[in-house]
Design a protein around this ligand. Structure first.
Ligand SMILES: Cc1cc2nc3c(=O)[nH]c(=O)nc-3n(C[C@H](O)[C@H](O)[C@H](O)COP(=O)(O)OP(=O)(O)OC[C@H]3O[C@@H](n4cnc5c(N)ncnc54)[C@H](O)[C@@H]3O)c2cc1C
Length: 381
């Protein structure tokens, strides 16, 4: 009989995992998603070279490039007046970063799934592991058994909560607002990814194809701050009034578009991602701050590496090995991401000016080397 792999959660991690596993016709793959439809929220996402290489392995590169835009003019971090603090050139390090709508990415991945793999409206509420397999219970009381469970159910993973001891989500002191503007603002450079670091927060502007623009704003705030619910784009505009015209124009245009608001959390490093027949991948295993744009890219890496390990090892061993192979790299990137967030959110004016002058002095070569480390896959070493 074919072994049945249950994958809980049809986000980037779960879909990538299902796409790799369905290539092996000797296993049955059930991708279970709580929602009645795969979430197609209109926000942007950046795919770095490491993530793109994995999407290429899945045969999706061409489709993705057709709906994405890359940082042809580089990625610039600037101060609140628009003076560059640091500049990453795509050409210098071969570090092409792609930006696209997350809905487009998910649609492409969804379209590549074999019929019958994805089962929607399957909200897992309980997990039981026995010597013979894994049993899931759903919100409607129904059950489904399988041989193995790959939990890709995100930062608040129910599987992690029930089957792993550590579960501490840490609030990072930031609230993020983001959205997509359906037209090209006149002040936005069409091929440059910009991030502005101000006194009271950061704003990112990322051009997308078809003249759309993805933007995000991160404000420093306390947990459960009223800002989360009360802030409208007009408040954001007032907040970032001191910033250059592309920022104020984008925030002005954001007025008529949906805005996603969320408090930023990260997961404390787990001792292990594996527990017998169960393994965690993606945000379920290592939710990190978004400051290096690597959460989704690391979710893709998990799926790719686990698929490779499953080719050569018995399943439970492969789950254990995933933990050994991935934890150091993921932890390092999560740390870097946290560091970038802290440095970017400094509020003390003296420290800001010290930070800015230090950043301007860091040699470009050094920065490109650091980026290359992130963009290299484990399999490259
Ligand atoms: C502001 C911000 C900006 C970001 N920008 C980037 C970026 O530019 N590039 C990048 O690579 N990453 C970025 N990230 C991170 C990235 O979005 C996440 O790391 C990535 O989406 C995680 O994917 P996932 O599949 O692990 O989890 P999720 O996307 O959370 O998917 C989990 C899925 O599981 C389902 N699920 C949950 N519970 C259950 C249950 N009990 N039963 C069944 N199904 C369930 C959910 O409905 C969901 O579909 C950003 C994050 C934030 C917050």
């Amino acid at each position: 009989m074919r072994q049945r792999f249950l994958i809980n959660g049809a986000g980037i991690a779960g879909m990538a995992m299902a796409l790799f596993l369905q290539q092996n016709k000797e296993v049955e793959v059930c991708l279970l998603e709580a929602q009645e439809e795969v979430d197609m929220l209109e926000i942007g996402i950046t795919i770095a070279p490491n993530g793109m290489r994995i999407l290429e392995q899945l045969g999706l590169r061409e489709q993705i490039e057709a709906v994405a835009k890359f940082s042809r003019d580089g990625l610039v971090i600037a101060d609140r007046k628009g003076e560059p603090l640091t500049k990453f050139h795509e050409a210098a390090g071969g570090n092409r970063i792609w930006a696209l709508s997350k809905a487009d990415l998910k649609n492409i991945m969804l379209g590549a799934l074999d019929p019958g793999v994805l089962r929607l409206g399957q909200h897992v509420t309980d997990v039981i592991q026995t010597r013979e397999g894994v049993q899931l219970e759903f919100a409607d009381g129904s059950q489904l058994g399988g041989d193995y469970l790959i939990a890709a159910d995100g930062m608040r993973s129910i599987v992690r909560q029930q089957m792993f001891e550590q579960n501490r989500l840490r609030f990072t002191g930031g609230i993020c607002f983001r959205g997509i503007i359906p037209k090209q603002p006149v002040h936005v450079a069409p091929d440059r990814f910009m991030e502005y670091w101000g006194k009271t927060g950061r704003v990112g502007i990322v051009p997308l194809p078809e003249q759309r623009t993805y933007w995000f704003a991160v404000l420093t705030a306390r947990k459960d701050s009223v800002i989360l619910e009360d802030y409208q784009s007009a408040d954001l505009l007032a907040h970032f009034m001191e910033m250059p015209p592309d920022v104020t124009e984008v925030l002005h245009l954001a007025k008529s578009q949906p805005i996603l608001r969320e408090e930023l959390y990260e997961l404390e490093t787990l001792d292990t991602y594996a527990n017998g027949r169960v393994v965690l991948i993606g945000d379920a295993a290592h939710a990190m701050t978004p400051n290096t744009g690597q959460g989704g890219n690391q979710a893709l890496e998990d799926a790719f590496i686990l698929a490779q390990l499953l080719h050569t090892s018995q399943v439970e061993k492969a789950f254990e090995m995933l933990n050994f192979v991935r934890r150091e790299r993921v932890t390092k990137i999560a740390k870097l991401s946290r560091f970038v967030g802290r440095v970017g959110q400094i509020r003390n004016p003296l420290l800001i000016s010290l930070r800015n002058s230090l950043m301007r002095r860091v040699p470009a070569d050094f920065q490109h080397r650091k980026l290359a480390e992130i963009y290299e896959l484990e399999t490259d070493r």
